[in-house]
Write a protein that binds this ligand. Structure first.
Ligand code: ADP
Ligand code: MG
Length: 224
């Protein structure tokens, strides 16, 4: 006749056996690793989506999906450049992506925002001029945000009407942002950029702080 302790002993050893099986079963281990990976990836996707949403960055549907999942994006000159810029410690704090319309500059900037885990701000060039033309409470607050964010994207510089105001604004921003990352996108070539903002005070700061990237890629709009 089996006694209590023996029964307990046998069910304990059965449980241990199952546990051992669970721990050392290689397919179970693989499955657990796969689930952990999936969990981590879905976490990362949610974070990327939140970061784009927080700054109101809108992308074409398919591109949005690619940026969020970090898969399927083309290795454009702009994208490869910002990936290096993001990871390298010794790099310039400022990068200027130059290139024709549609080559992928704003998408590369969105990629940076999506993968950036500190404070970030985004401003189109016309918006920047509006913010820096005036001293109302909201404008001052926004100026402060743009100066202080650990990452600032200035999109489409050159499309603003007032180049003189942009020159002064860039000088003001750069003086505050020597230790922070600033990414500019522009349809102007480097030469045209320097000519439009022809002020030695700005040029010397750019020489010190900025790396220019010339993206010669084709217009990717509407391409599969
Ligand atoms: N790295 C990329 N991979 C796939 N498609 C891209 C990529 N970059 C840009 N595109 C496509 O090209 C379009 C234009 O890109 P965008 O970055 O807005 O150009 P711009 O250089 O004018 O800022 C995007 O809407 C997207 O469809
Ligand atoms: Mg753009």
């Amino acid at each position: 006749m089996t006694t209590g302790p023996t029964r307990l002993g046998s069910s304990l050893s059965e449980a241990l056996g199952r546990l051992e099986h669970a721990i050392f079963d290689p397919t179970r281990v693989e499955e657990n690793e796969r689930l952990a990976r999936e969990h981590e990836e879905s976490d990362q996707r949610a974070k990327r989506r939140e970061r784009l949403d927080a700054l109101g960055i809108e992308l074409e549907k398919n591109t949005h999906r690619q940026v969020i999942s970090n898969t399927g994006l083309k290795n454009t000159t702009s994208l490869v450049a910002v990936q290096r810029w993001l990871t390298s410690q010794s790099n310039y704090p400022m990068a200027v992506l130059t290139g024709n319309r549609g080559c992928g500059k704003s998408v590369a900037a969105a990629y940076v925002v999506a993968n950036w885990d500190r404070s970030a701000a985004w401003s189109s060039a016309p918006d920047l001029i509006r913010v820096f033309t005036g001293n109302f409470g909201d404008q001052l607050k926004r100026q402060d945000t743009l100066k202080r964010a650990r990452l600032l994207v200035l999109d489409d510089v050159g499309t603003e009407g007032d180049a003189v105001r942009m020159t002064a604004t860039l000088i003001e921003l750069l003086d505050e942002r020597k230790q922070r990352k600033t990414l500019i996108t522009t349809n102007l070539s480097k030469e045209a950029f320097l000519e439009r903002y022809a002020d030695e005070r700005l040029h010397s700061r750019l020489r010190e702080l900025a790396g220019f990237v010339g993206d010669k890629g084709p217009d990717l709009r509407g391409q599969p």
